[in-house]
Design a protein. Structure first.
Lengths: 113, 111
């Protein structure tokens, strides 16, 4: 079955440190890839997306992600974490239909002062 | 402004009392979907709709109904709510191969 795996349900980094949230998907066809962020007590907001073209995608709030087809990965990074980045992050993929998203389980990002 | 609007945002009710959560989008999207979010379980899809009068079950459809009589509206109906349906619910919509736009969520408590 097709799936999206986010490694680590919780990731803790110090303020100012690199943020790396991992996402791998299982598919042999080119995917459409998304990262969403959910701040406490809020809905889901699109952070960035990959559809076609450049494999390094820049999003809001200084985040970026790189699509690596050979590794079937779409990891999310940010060079320097801020306290305001504390949230839950979801990776999602459109694989074999035009609409249906397959969701990762989410990663809670904790920022230590 | 492009948006997905859910109502109510919060609801506390009792077991067995029918309720409807409304969802409306103003982006002329064909696709709409309902999710529930529970701690540790991520987002699970309840029902989705590819277009008017076309609906299909997601991963956790038991105890829920939906309808899609108009393109903009996709209500979620709980005919006989039970405590295990206490959850945070999200409605979303999208065009083909596009990111989904989400509503602000509806927090349901079934006592």
């Amino acid at each position: 079955a097709q799936s999206v795996t986010q490694l680590g349900s919780h990731v803790s980094v110090s303020e100012g440190a690199l943020v790396l949230l991992r996402c791998n998907y299982s598919s042999s066809v080119p995917p459409y890839l998304f990262w969403y962020v959910q701040y406490p007590n809020q809905g889901l907001q699109l952070l960035l997306k990959y559809t076609t073209g450049a494999t390094l995608v820049k999003g809001i709030n200084g985040f970026e992600a790189e699509f690596k087809k050979s590794e079937t990965s779409f990891h999310l990074t940010k060079p320097s974490a801020h306290m305001s980045d504390a949230a839950e992050y979801f990776c999602a993929v459109i694989l074999d239909s035009n609409y249906q998203l397959i969701w990762g389980a989410g990663t809670k990002l904790i920022i230590k002062p | 402004e492009a948006q997905v609007t859910q109502n109510p945002r919060y609801l506390i009710t009792v077991t067995g009392k029918k309720l409807t959560v409304t969802c409306s989008q103003n982006m002329n999207h064909e696709y709409m979907s309902w999710y529930r979010q529970d701690p540790g379980l991520g987002l699970r899809q309840i029902y989705y709709s590819m277009n008017v009068e076309v609906t299909d079950k997601g991963d956790v459809p038991e105890g829920y109904k939906v309808s899609r009589k108009e393109k903009r509206n996709f209500p979620l109906i709980l005919e006989s709510p039970s405590p295990n349906q206490t959850s945070l619910y999200f409605c979303a919509s999208s065009g083909p191969n596009q990111p989904q736009h989400f509503g602000d969520g509806t927090r349901l408590s079934i006592l």
